[in-house]
Write a protein that binds this ligand. Sequence first.
Ligand code: AMP
Ligand code: MG
Length: 343
Amino acid sequence: MITEKLVVTTIEESKGEISRAAEIIRNGGLVAMPTETVYGLAANALNEKAVSDIFAAKGRPQDNPLIVHISNIEMLNNLVSDIPSVAQKCISKFWPGPFTAILPKSDIIPSSVCAGLDTIAIRMPSNPIARALIEKSGVPLAAPSANLSGSPSPTTAEHVLLDLDGKIDAVIMAGKSDVGVESTVVTFAVNPPRLLRPGGITAEQLRKIIPELVIDKAVFSEPEKGKPVASPGMKYKHYSPKANVIIIDSNAEKYAEYVNGHTGEDVYALCFDGDTESLVAPCISYGNENDSAEQATRLFDALRTLDNQGCKICYARMPKTQGVGLAVYNRLIRAAAFEVIKL
Ligand code: AMP
Ligand code: MG
């Protein structure tokens, strides 16, 4: 298969490309689309064959359900059987945006989208190109991240092509994702609601609406083997570069001392901007130490760069866990297979 590259600048200037992408979706094809979180691999969520093609292209385990993307509230009403009032408040506040609500599903959605669960994950993205594509397609779009399962999520169209060129019908080429990590996922199928995955909408923002919000254990720690998990995606080793990543939880001085004492062939430092001068090892920075939003936009690209440069061992500096920092930490600790050294 030849993957069509559809360059989109603005909605007004790229009407033809967006119409072409929508036509591919309506014909049951797969299109990688930009969103404000990461690039998503989109297909008609109501077409069972198209949904199964998403799983095949990504090599995604069948028991890991997909998020369905919508562009208006009527679409939501068709997909769910109930919207608790607290969910309604969050939706009004955080949509469109990087917030996914898990709600009881209606019957029109194929069970493969939800991996056989009786709930469905739904999000209304704010990226205008994603919105235009959903609108033009006229159907809700199932769209997991547009990467091979297990590799770092794509924050540019180039990342998508590195993983999926020749395996999908088209990719919309539209620059970098604004947030850089996947959406915040909250389930309203339990009481009190539970944060399953941190993202661009922070736990602090959510608590203003849901003071009783529970943060699932799997956000911070490795799920116990064999035990059921609230969000199937949490049990998979995610975002993992080929390198062995080890998080160092310390200040800048102790970090530099430790990394400089453990140099070797293909040993790298994944650090903050100010750290590079004190380190002997080759360094990849993922942003300013005090700017979690910047770290979120740079982390996945930094993980891919480590692989491209042949990194075998990577000592990563621990991010702050407030605000969007919790999402950065959640992704990094999975990339590190939960290996943290506290100094
Ligand atoms: P991705 O599509 O790669 O961003 O991953 C979607 C995430 O949402 C995964 O961690 C899924 O396990 C989770 N998810 C999707 N649907 C549900 C659901 N119905 N219940 C719990 N978690 C879900
Ligand atoms: Mg993913």
